[in-house]
Design a protein. Structure first.
Length: 505
């Protein structure tokens, strides 16, 4: 089955913060890894423009919503570029191809008899772009945004979500891995089992959005428009080529836990209604927090990923995102933890290992690496490919990275254990010396290929420094494939020292 991965499409009412970068990085790690394994892949990300909160920001700036989104979209397109995320398409919900598809999709839901007219009255949180029931509010405030929701009352079109309860339960019962981690599947399943309320899929008082095909006076509710992006993009991302037959339903949606219901309940129901297969799988990750508060624009505690990249580079930010919080769980992040991991793990564990290894090959072997007999580290390297792949297949990007790092630590121990600088002093130990150097080079090459999905630039630099071809296909994660070469020079530091930005900056 091909591998199609998506991130949520991000609201453009502000600029990107580290929480948005987080999902994009995770998706890129997954998709690059699958490409290494020869999978056919497609990676989609983009922006969600037709939100009420977007229209409000535009109004505050004296712009039309379209002028505003056209102005800010560049910053969002820059995010995957600067993160070195290898996306195949960047969708804007204001794309004409998307609007056309949404209209067709909603018409299908309507024709299927799943739409009726009704009046909705309730508390609407514009931060969530969602109605909240009284018991969800805490002291009358949205528990996520800590703001008072608006009282909204209007005539809307409703989607008969309640009619899909049985089919959704069946879906969850038949497909144990439909939603991962499993505790999130349980959460979604109990929400469904608790009874589903129909929800409104249109807005009568807004004009910023996609007109409802059977009633041009209303526009699609932002979620009834946004979710459809995962399918619409496939119809126009490649001019004249409909990618739906190749990639639907082979899709894996990545999302934060804040939008679980929309993805794990509403979206499969809408798809079934419109006559499409539900997605293959959804992975719900946790929140990054700063001082125990979710990092979010509305709470004002954001970390700018582009600033972080300016200082540490994309690879370090990607590494930190995969490593500092176990993917799937919530976690607190301290802004200086990037600095700490940069120095200790990337700089010392990995960077120094490469510098030392290449310097020793240059110095003791005149830059020549020769293939030596029986490797003492082959066992660990042998198992790595399977272990990493198995972890990544269940979205455990943190666990897979730890497997690789275990090898990195092992190679450092190997240096300390065999002390090549002492072997070099003894003419009778030349063979032993070149054996150790080959083991280190071979281990580093395997690590470089295994790490490619996480730190693509670093991976390439390691292979280059070792005089190895830039082949990162997954079969290369195996011992003994390092070629004999000449001309190896002491490599410059992979992660040169940087000054930690001061709090004021
Ligand atoms: N526009 C909707 C999604 C529509 S998808 C059809 C939306 N946008 S958002 O801009 O609020 O981005 C939400 C996503 O950004 C989350 O699901 C998550 O993937 C990511 N994150 C935003 N803040 C985050 C954290 N503090 N921590 C981790 N991820 C976070 O909701």
């Amino acid at each position: 089955m091909p591998y199609y991965v998506t991130t949520p499409i991000y609201y453009v009412n502000g600029t990107p913060h580290i929480g948005h970068a987080y999902t994009t990085i995770a998706a890129d790690i997954l998709v690059r890894h699958q490409r290494q394994r020869g999978q056919e892949t497609f990676f989609l990300t983009g922006v969600d423009e037709h939100a009420d909160k977007v229209a409000r920001v535009a109004e505050q700036r004296g712009l039309s919503p379209r002028e505003y989104t056209d102005g800010i979209v560049g910053t969002w397109q820059e995010l995957p570029r600067r993160l070195n995320a290898s996306i195949d398409f960047f969708i804007r919900t204001s794309d004409e191809g998307h609007a056309r598809f949404v209209q067709d999709f909603l018409q299908r839901v309507y024709d299927n008899g799943d739409v009726y007219e009704g009046v909705y009255a309730g508390w609407y949180c514009v931060g969530c772009e969602e109605f909240k029931s009284e018991d969800e509010l805490v002291d009358g405030l949205c528990p996520i945004h800590h703001t008072k929701p608006d009282w909204l009352e209007e005539k809307n079109y409703f989607f008969r979500l309640s009619a899909y309860q049985e089919r959704l339960l069946q879906l969850y019962d038949e497909r144990a891995d439909f939603v991962l981690p499993h505790f999130r599947a349980n959460e979604a399943r109990s929400f469904i089992a608790g009874g589903l309320r129909d929800f409104s899929i249109s807005r009568a008082t807004q004009t910023w959005g996609i007109p409802i095909p059977w009633d041009q006076d209303q526009v699609a509710y932002v979620w009834a428009d946004a979710l459809v992006n995962y399918l619409s993009a496939l119809t126009y991302a490649r001019n004249g080529d409909d990618l739906r037959s190749a990639y639907w339903p082979a899709v894996r949606h990545l999302l934060g836990k804040d939008i679980l219901r929309f993805h794990c309940v509403y979206w499969p129901a809408l798809l079934l209604s419109a006559g499409y297969e539900p997605p293959h799988q959804l992975f719900v990750h946790g929140w990054l927090s700063l001082d125990d508060r979710k990092i979010s624009k509305s709470l004002g505690n954001v970390i700018d990923p582009l600033d972080m990249i300016d200082v540490y580079g994309a690879d370090a930010v990607r590494f930190w995102a995969a490593r500092s919080v176990s993917f799937g769980q919530d976690g607190n992040v301290a802004p200086d933890s990037v600095h700490e991991r940069y120095e200790r793990e990337l700089g010392n564990d990995l960077g120094n290992l490469l510098s030392r290894t290449t310097a020793m090959i240059a110095r003791y072997g005149d830059g020549t690496l020769s293939v030596a007999g029986e490797s003492r580290i082959a066992g660990g390297l042998e198992a790595l490919a399977t272990r990493v792949a198995a972890a990544i297949d269940v979205y455990d990007i943190t666990g897979a990275l730890e497997e690789i790092w275990e090898i990195v630590r092992g190679l450092n121990r190997h240096v300390e254990l065999h002390k090549p600088w002492e072997l070099a002093k003894d003419a009778s130990k030349t063979e032993e010396l070149s054996r150790v150097l080959y083991e280190l080079a071979d281990g580093l090459r395997v690590v470089a290929v295994a790490l490619y999905a996480y730190v693509p630039e670093t991976s390439t630099r390691i292979l280059e420094a070792l005089g190895q071809p830039p082949d990162v296909s997954w079969e290369q994660v195996a011992p003994g494939r390092t070629r004999a070469v000449t001309g190896i020079e002491a490599a410059p530091p992979l992660f040169p020292r940087v000054d930690a930005p001061t709090a004021a900056a």
